[in-house]
Design a protein around this ligand. Structure first.
Ligand SMILES: Cc1ncc(COP(=O)(O)O)c(C=O)c1O
Length: 433
């Protein structure tokens, strides 16, 4: 450990105060450590590993592609595998006619979506500025632009480094939007209208939001009717809606897209990433509805974004096809039911004096605890063999807790183990009173 620490410090990334796992093998949601311990990864490896570790289907696809050719670049080799991926993906998420831009990660997906949205609104509405409005509780990636746009206050750049950008409207969740005790509801969408009007609709290209909050606030679900109303408000003002489904897309919340939970909530553009690569590859996909995508081929359109050298790499596309093979072979009814059972079991934790709230959908939940307790909770869970992703999201003092998000193909026994470990860890918080 002592020899390890100085080298670890040279790796320039944030890290947690608990020891890392020294993983020597894995299977499904399980990590097998050098010291013989077995840890259930209840975070799906940063919310990616929707189909678990070491998928045979993903391996078979990568191997097949590797035998054909390993790299070419879309401008050199006919992009058949990328087109196969595009068709499969669009059908899988119920948007079969969408146009698609492929990128290497979620952040670049957001960047490309911003560029496309600006281009589209200008083509549609003539001279128009390209403002992108976001909420006060959001994360959209780690580039200079996406950090400056988003409302994750732990990661916001200093004001002088924020490119003059800031979130524009309060997210419809209690810690960021107060109503004198009243819960957030559909009327919170009026804040989006106010934000557009404050800028002048002619200055706004799009509203960018996570349809279900991910790790910033810990899996907040919007009030009934909220997303639909936001879409209506935007449409009335000719502003585009971009959904960042980097984290929630591809069944994480129980449906192909999180927006599928509500009627009338479909966005104009949608960004997918984590669940598509499922941890096997970096990837991002921007889906653009056909009504607006055709404008991008207009003679006055700005040039389309270059895909980037490593975007739509054939091995990346092969891995994604393997992930889609896995997802489509899954018994949807069974894993949706398992997700509901997980949610019901987690909600019983709210009876503990240490747990302030439990929220979420499908295989994505936030367990919010009394401030000061999330590291002890995480440590207690790890001692019981389960790992979860921490959030330190919103409000003053900040709400904090664990995001519970196991792989979608975890078995009933895996989920039972996870629940037992987390319930035991919450009970152990009595020692921290
Ligand atoms: C909602 C959301 N958007 C964008 C991103 C950025 O994706 P990436 O880390 O792949 O660049 C993330 C990553 O956590 C995310 O959760």
């Amino acid at each position: 450990m002592d020899q390890y620490a100085p080298r670890r410090a040279r790796l320039l990334t944030s890290s947690r105060p608990l020891p890392d796992f020294d993983v020597v093998a894995s299977s499904g949601p399980w990590l097998h450590c050098a010291d013989g311990r077995r840890i259930l990864d209840g975070s799906s490896g940063l919310l990616c590993l929707n189909v678990g570790q070491r998928s045979p289907a993903v391996f078979a696809r990568i191997e097949q592609q590797f035998r054909r050719y390993s790299f070419g670049g879309a401008a050199v080799v006919r992009p058949d595998i990328q087109m196969e991926l595009m068709d499969r993906l669009c059908r899988a998420v119920g948007r079969p006619e969408d146009f698609v831009a492929l990128t290497t990660c979620g952040t670049l997906g957001v960047e490309v979506a911003v560029g496309l949205a600006r281009n589209i609104t200008r083509l549609r509405n003539g001279k128009r500025r390209g403002d992108i409005l976001t909420s006060t509780l959001s994360y959209h990636g780690n580039s200079a632009l996406t950090l400056a746009l988003a409302g994750n206050h732990a990661r916001r750049p200093r004001p002088q480094d924020a490119l003059g950008l800031a979130p524009a409207f309060p997210a419809p969740y209690p810690p960021t939007h107060s109503h004198d005790g009243r819960a957030c509801d559909v009327s919170c969408a009026d804040e989006v209208a106010l934000a557009i009007e404050a800028r002048g609709a002619e200055n706004v290209a799009a509203v960018l939001l996570e349809p279900v909050n991910g790790t910033t606030g810990g899996a907040y679900v919007p009030p009934e009717g909220y997303l639909r109303r936001v879409s209506e408000i935007c449409r009335e003002r000719e502003v585009l809606v971009i959904h960042d489904e980097v984290l929630t897309g591809l069944w994480r919340t129980g449906t192909p897209l999180a927006s599928d939970h509500w009627d009338g909530a479909e966005p104009d553009l949608c960004i997918l990433s984590k669940g598509l690569g499922a941890g096997y590859t970096g990837v991002g996909a921007v889906l653009v509805s056909p009504e607006i995508a055709t404008l991008l081929r207009h003679q006055d359109a700005d040039p389309l974004p270059a895909m980037g050298t490593m975007a739509a790499h054939p091995l990346q596309a092969a891995a994604c096809l393997g992930v889609l093979d896995e997802l489509e072979a899954m018994d949807t009814g069974a894993f949706q039911a398992r997700g509901k059972r997980l949610g019901a079991a987690l909600r019983t934790l709210a009876d503990s004096e240490h747990v302030r709230d439990v929220r979420g959908l499908g295989h994505l939940y936030g367990v919010e605890v009394t401030p000061g307790l999330f590291w002890p909770l995480m440590e207690a869970a790890e001692q019981r063999g389960a790992f979860f992703y921490p959030f330190t999201g919103a409000g003053h003092p900040r709400s904090e807790g664990l995001v519970v998000a196991p792989p979608l193909n975890s078995t009933d026994e895996d989920i039972e183990f996870l629940i037992t470990a987390l319930c035991g860890a919450v009970a152990a918080l009595d020692d921290h009173r």
